[in-house]
Design a protein around this ligand. Structure first.
Ligand SMILES: [Zn+2]
Length: 425
């Protein structure tokens, strides 16, 4: 007998593949082939489940390639060439250059291709043609799948590979999200913490202190297979970005949000962001993790966060919430120095042009005291939340608008209901 080949079976299933090319089918097919070929020992099975054939960035494939380079295998078997890859040029590169160089025998069973016994010239010719067909099939299916996916998204059906943190796919229906009880609790906590005045930095630090797995680590711990090209270096801890992403994601109020990124075409995997107005949103698609009022409040807070003056590190207490009672224009913050003391006050922005009859001038410290007094009375009246008052910023965040009247009087529009809602459960 001639040389014995140590073989790896390579099996790939993409998300859009049909039942007939299932992993089990491919395995059985290859095993049957090996039984009839006594010079081959099947030592390994490499499976990429959920990976498209248009590129070779697939974990099992890369692992197999490393083993081939180390000489641990010298034969690769696939059911057909399309399982190996659907990119004409890259497949050709492996078959015609890399594998011969590594001394790898390559077999694509149903294409009747075997690099060891290319019988006659027809194979030289047929293989590239077959390869080209696979590539164009990929293009066709890519367009078809794209429009199918689009239709599903319009109906609010989940089409992603992995559910967002806090949810998992319904085992009965992979297009439906169901709550992941553990992660959903964490999401809820994050919203609550933001609501009581913690910023995203503090929230991520606390989560890390509590040794709560970040969405990425959690995904890994749950044994999900996914491509992560960029986050390996950071150990995947909680970050401000991760917290922000959660706080802004409407998925947590039961809305399915999809179509946020796109790929330019079927071969290029670079993803580009789509403008929010073009996202596909379908309400009431799954059980919410937080109430809509809480979500709206938190996102209002996030908006206010961004209104910090460019050179200022900290956000002014009243930023974005002060308005003139009479003309409804915003109040402007000013500072003056009088007898070596610095005073901060607010005036109506339309006063100078003569559009408002008074400047509605109010000193910042006076305003602060008045607001706190009003809030304190409000809480005394309801008899709740004494501890809340310790944290000034917390209460401030619950205020929507403060109208400044003449004579240092104020009117406050606030909604404290969310506070109770979020503390209740
Ligand atoms: Zn005014």
């Amino acid at each position: 007998m001639n040389q014995i080949f140590i073989a790896a079976a390579y099996i790939r299933l993409s998300r859009e593949d049909e039942e007939s090319s299932s992993i089990e089918n491919q395995k059985a097919f290859i095993q049957e082939f090996v039984k009839q070929n006594l010079d081959i020992r099947l030592m390994k099975e490499k499976v990429d489940d959920g990976f498209s054939g248009v590129n070779f960035q697939r974990p099992a494939f890369q692992e197999m390639l490393e083993e081939a380079k180390r000489g641990e295998i010298n034969c690769i078997i696939v059911k057909d060439l399309s399982r190996f890859g659907r990119n004409y040029i890259e497949v050709g590169n492996y078959l015609e250059r890399i594998f011969p160089l590594l001394g790898i025998r390559f077999i694509a069973i149903t294409d009747q291709y075997d690099s060891e016994n290319r019988s006659g010239r027809s194979d030289y010719f047929l293989l590239p043609v077959k390869n080209l067909i696979n590539d164009s099939y990929s293009r066709d299916i890519s367009i078809k799948v794209r429009s199918q996916l689009e239709a599903m998204r319009r109906r609010g059906e989940f089409t992603g590979a992995f559910a967002v943190y806090g949810y998992c796919k319904d085992p009965e229906n992979k297009n439906q999200l169901v709550k992941d009880p553990y992660a959903a609790t964490i999401v809820k906590k994050i919203f609550e913490w933001k609501l009581i005045g913690m910023n995203q930095q503090e929230i991520s630090e606390r989560l890390n202190q509590m040794k709560i797995l970040s969405p990425l680590q959690y995904k890994k711990a749950m044994g999900l297979k996914f491509e992560s090209g960029f986050c390996q270096g950071t150990q995947g801890k909680w970050t401000v970005t991760a917290v922000n992403r959660i706080l802004k994601n409407e998925v947590y109020i039961g809305t399915m949000v999809q179509g946020r990124v796109t790929t330019p075409n079927y071969k290029v995997k670079v993803r580009t962001m789509i403008e929010e107005k073009d996202w596909i949103k379908v309400k009431n698609r799954h059980e919410p993790v937080v109430g809509e009022a809480v979500f709206r409040k938190v996102n209002k807070m996030l908006e206010k966060d961004t209104r910090t003056a460019p050179k200022e590190k900290k956000l002014y207490l009243f930023a974005g919430m002060l308005f003139c009672r009479d003309c409804r224009q915003s109040m402007v913050r000013k500072t003056t120095v009088y007898q070596e003391r610095r005073y901060v006050y607010y005036v109506c922005s339309s006063y100078r042009g003569g559009n408002c009859k008074s400047n509605h001038k109010i000193r910042e410290d006076v305003l602060e005291k008045t607001v706190l007094l009003v809030i304190r009375q409000w809480f005394l009246h309801t008899g709740k939340e004494k501890a809340v008052l310790e944290k000034r910023c917390l209460v401030m965040w619950l205020i929507d608008t403060i109208f400044i009247c003449e004579n240092n009087e104020i009117e406050i529009l606030a909604d404290f209901s969310d506070l109770y809602q979020s503390q209740d459960h």
